[in-house]
Design a protein around this ligand. Sequence first.
Ligand code: TEU
Length: 537
Amino acid sequence: MSSAIRAVEQPEWWKRHAIYQIYPLSFQDSDGDGIGDLAGLATRVDYLAWLGVHAVWLSPVYRSPMLDFGYDISDYTDIDPVFGSLDQFDQLLEALHRRDIRLILDVVPNHTSDRHAWFRESRSSRHNPKRDWYVWSDPRPDGGPPNNWLSRFGGSAWEWDPQTGQYYYHAFLREQPDLNWHNPQVRAAFADVLRFWLKRGVDGFRIDASAVLAEDPLLRDDPPNPEFDDKMPPPEKFRRVFTDARPETMRYLEEMRAVVDEFPDRVVLGEVQGGTGRIGQFYAGERPRFHLPLNFLLLDTQWDAASLSGGIDQYLNAVPEGAWPVWILGSHDKPRIASLVGEDRVRLAAMLLFTLPGTPILFAGDEIGTPNLDMSGREPRDPFEKRVPGYGLNRDKSRSPMRWNAEPGAGFTQGIPWLPVGDGLDEHNVAKQRDDEHSLLSLYRRLIALRQSDPALLEGSYEPMRCQDEVLMFRRCHKARQLFVALNLAGEEREVRQEISGTILVSTHLDRCEAIVAGFHLRPGEGIVLAVAEQGQ
Ligand code: TEU
């Protein structure tokens, strides 16, 4: 890595830059097998640089049987052949660093694949030294599973192992046995996994399913979920009191962070459960935990001015003093933002993401407005949908291949893509939008550049204002610099009556930069960032 990238920056790089999540299966295929790979990704580094991206979060590329598309890992320290090799990984990392782009790896400490050598050993006999590396328990006297814990992916969380006459626990698929994090050997082995990648030069981790690492050693039954009804997915029947965010888990997260802190200038993102209520505890306890516990509010809230303004406030109040907020607008687990808010408001979503205080995270494809993939009439690929069908949980919808152009295969592959490319290809592709100075892609590029250069957006205070008729408004202030953000969520034109004058820095439609003197109109779905004129100007 060049010395320039290591130079001490204020604020830290993970505060300054947006993070771009790449789902490697769907980003760029280089060998025509219809599945994205590292060599393909390397050919798109120029695109990332052009877009202004300086940090990538890469979903898992480790060896995996791919039952959960890489989140079922059979070797933590090797690359799956479908993606390439360790050499190609090193080359990619170097290419990214050369362009001043950091790489954050997704790691999955909660569980391995059942094909991982650790689990093969563990299940080979009750006396194997790795038996206790996973969560094993005797059956109840009637032969049933040890307790009522449910897998998030449906059915009991316990799987019977006839050969050794015990059950093992799995929070997700039965092919994803949970590691026993109470065992110090497991923690030491995982620390070495982290070091393996840190020494190779990765810039940080996104810790998968981090809240569910440790289980109650007493294996107590979970209490019923009072909100549960038949319309909810069966895995929600109980409240996960005894497997979710246990106090021991928090200590183990502190240990992981300490390992990462052995290396300078790295970041730890964490996938956490429990909404804004719990977010605070994931930042720090006795010792630091995550730099950025991921916040899904923008994907979980209703998109009206009051819900947004209330949700933003609640979240920011839950972020401890001195800690740094983070916002996610898309992920491989959630519906696409374009479909969630509708095409007429997708630009507002982008503007909100880059004007709120904290680190913005976007999901590859959202910058061109990729809609949900319609999987009706097709066999789902997602194991979640296969195991818990009929509740709209299919995550295939957000995992469609990146659309680089309007050709068949979308420039993603010369072969048959592992998931269909989906509808709207003519409009939602990079080639088309790159040349259009008013496109959504151009808006993203503009907002990314603005946020990383404007001190008020980067580190200014957030000052909410009262919403007016579905117009969400706030200010961002840093020293004398004051920005005013107004987002019209209404389906109609709105007049914004504010005693504010200044110049429009960016509008969602990229067609206005006029000076404003007290009051202006916003078209439906339009938002603006205004640089407020200093008094006397
Ligand atoms: O997700 C963890 C998780 O808690 C899931 O239940 C998530 O809420 C679910 O996907 C519904 O959206 C992580 C990964 O992000 C996910 O892709 C994996 O399937 C899961 O871990 C198991 O490894």
